[in-house]
Design a protein around this ligand. Structure first.
Ligand SMILES: Cc1ncc(COP(=O)(O)O)c(C=O)c1O
Length: 399
């Protein structure tokens, strides 16, 4: 097997440099841990950015993939696909949605939602509408439509002209959304908890007011649950936290238990605008990804599984708050479930590399915010280890 250095060199030579990568290659994973090419073990508080919610290589998912791989890998959506229809049935059973469209990633799910929001008004005998309201610091993906929906200038640089028709307003500010709604508005798109933007939460009253505003104006409310979905913030879907049902939801990341799959789901009223020929994805809803997803859902919906993750998340949050009492460099601790963050008054990059030295993978966003997205099976002992390590690093930084 190649060494870390050899793999780094190969990547540097041949892979497009779109990522700032750490100089290790992860070659194996099991449960809450991953190993690099030198055999060093790390406890993973990144989980492929909220993908491996069940941990690495969950046996139920691996077995489902093995079985499906020996049966059927791919066929066209010109035909019916059994695992796809089963997955859609399961997702509709578990959510507010009546129908699902499958794709391969989060950005693709949001592209579908953007297209559908426009098409919905075109189909309703009303003057066409095209404006979508999104929130400052949002993140919806990197393809042109989702990138244009993303209200963070740093991601737009160099890619003008963006797709027209997006209006950005401050997050958690209902007055700003009200002001932005016009006769051209065809949707409001929001993350229930902003992920890449800094793990930012909004009030329950905000989501209730958004629902009311969208009802009054007959505008579809779209929740981007690409990062928050599948137990990440506690309940299976984050909209359940607020007692507010959207009209459309976009999903990806943890949906496949580690396999690439995305989805957009919605009520019949909205989804009926998707008719043959209006939208498609060659790999969308392929048998392999759907079989993995079905197996993953089986674990996630096991009695007590998510409740245990919630209590682990509460414990983790409590320990982070205790850390904040000890270190003045911590500005804020925030988050929900096992989507947690520590905002520092200084850059966090060195904390990430110091943690890595100690065999812990964490992530830094918005330059000074440490983000923790562990698998939902993380243990209190592993959390304690991270907290002890952070305390040691912060003490050194304080000197
Ligand atoms: C909320 C949200 N939406 C969309 C995306 C894009 O997903 P993908 O990278 O699968 O295209 C992300 C990725 O981080 C995300 O966090």
């Amino acid at each position: 097997m190649k060494s870390n250095q050899e793999i780094v060199k190969l990547t540097d030579c041949h892979v497009a440099k779109t990522y700032g990568r750490y100089p290790i290659a992860l070659v194996r994973g099991k449960g809450t841990a991953v190993w690099d090419a030198s055999g060093k073990k790390y406890i993973d508080f990144v989980t492929g950015l909220a993908v491996d919610n069940l941990g690495h290589c969950p046996p139920v998912v691996v077995n489902a993939i093995r079985q499906q791989a020996g049966k059927l890998l791919h066929v066209s959506n010109l035909y019916h696909i059994e695992p796809q229809s089963q997955l859609a049935a399961e997702l509709t059973r578990l959510s507010f949605a009546d129908k699902f469209f499958f794709c391969n990633s989060g950005t693709e799910a949001n592209e579908g939602a953007i297209k559908l929001a426009r098409k919905y008004f075109d189909d309703n005998g009303q003057p066409a509408r095209h404006e979508i309201i999104t929130m400052n610091n949002s993140f919806h993906g990197r393809t042109m439509g989702s990138l244009s929906a993303t209200a963070q200038k740093k991601f737009h640089a160099g890619f003008d002209p963006l797709l027209p028709g997006f209006k950005y307003v401050p997050f958690n500010n209902i007055a700003a959304v009200k002001k932005a709604v016009t006769k051209k508005t065809c949707a409001v798109l929001v993350e229930p908890v902003q992920g890449e933007g800094g793990v930012n939460l909004a009030d329950k009253s905000y989501f209730k007011a958004l629902r009311k505003l969208c009802n009054e104006n007959k505008i579809p409310l779209i929740f981007d649950e690409v990062q928050t979905g599948f137990g990440r913030t506690g309940p299976l879907f984050a909209y359940e936290r607020y007692g507010v049902k959207p009209d459309l939801i976009t999903l990806a990341k943890a949906l496949g238990g580690g396999m690439a799959i995305g989805a957009m789901g919605g009520t019949n009223r909205v989804m009926k605008s998707l008719v043959p020929g209006t939208h498609a994805a060659t790999f969308g809803g392929n048998p392999l990804a759907c079989a993995a997803s079905l197996a993953s859902l089986k674990v996630l919906t096991k009695k007590g599984f998510l409740q245990k993750a919630v209590s682990t998340g509460d414990y983790f949050l409590e320990q982070l708050h205790k850390l904040k009492e000890k270190f003045s460099m911590i500005r804020e601790v925030r988050g929900a479930g096992l989507m947690l963050a520590v905002e520092l008054d200084q850059p966090g990059a060195k904390v990430v590399t110091d943690c890595m030295q100690e065999g812990l993978l964490i992530n830094c966003i918005q330059l000074n915010t440490l983000r923790f997205l562990p698998p939902l099976i993380i243990t209190r002992k592993e959390i304690d280890r991270l907290i002890r390590t952070l305390a040691k690093i912060f003490t050194q930084m304080d000197q």
